[in-house]
Design a protein around this ligand. Structure first.
Ligand code: TYD
Length: 155
């Protein structure tokens, strides 16, 4: 079965990225875009576009200019972050290396693996940050202290 083959590959990918928790494994993926004169449409489907099954969706909106979000890492959570509207920057930090990813199109998504410290900033007016997550909300999965994060990374 093609689907189960894909899911098996995704499972292997998740296991591999759990070991290689560095920012080089956080990539921007292009999502399908259905053009239409009366508006475009993008979709994300389990088993097709993500290396995890989506268990939760949340979105940030009405972010005041100059505000920053994030400022934490996750122990096990995989996420896809999309600028569903507007633009913002995501600063990724694996404890050794940092990179900035600007998201500004609703058909691009940033895949975030566990063990990455992230900060979201420079939100444009009206920006909407859509997040698809691999697990239900669990406060115990958060690392909110940078020194604890460094210990988690054995640094
Ligand atoms: P948090 O993840 O800290 O937001 P950010 O990283 O954008 O600053 O979440 C903010 C608050 O919302 C916190 O009190 C937990 C709550 N929350 C939920 O109850 N469920 C969820 O799925 C999420 C993402 C947050």
């Amino acid at each position: 079965m093609i689907i189960s083959g894909i899911l098996t590959s995704f499972g292997v990918l998740i296991k591999m990225t759990d070991f290689l928790q560095d920012i080089h494994n956080c990539n921007v993926v292009e999502l399908p875009k259905i053009h239409n004169r009366s508006g475009n449409l993008t979709f994300v489907q389990n088993g097709l576009h993500l290396p995890f099954e989506v268990k939760r969706v949340y979105y940030l909106y009405d972010v005041p200019g100059g505000s920053e979000r994030g400022g934490h890492a996750h122990k096990t959570l995989h996420q896809l972050i999309v600028a569903a509207s507007g633009a913002f920057d995501v600063i990724l930090d694996d404890g050794v290396t940092k990179k900035i990813v600007q998201l500004n199109r609703p058909y691009y998504g940033l895949l975030l693996i566990p063990g990455i410290w992230r900060e979201l900033m420079n939100f444009s007016s009206g920006a909407v940050c859509l997040v698809l997550a691999s697990e239900k909300y669990n406060p115990d999965d958060y690392i909110r202290d940078y020194s604890v994060f460094k210990k988690f990374k054995n640094l």
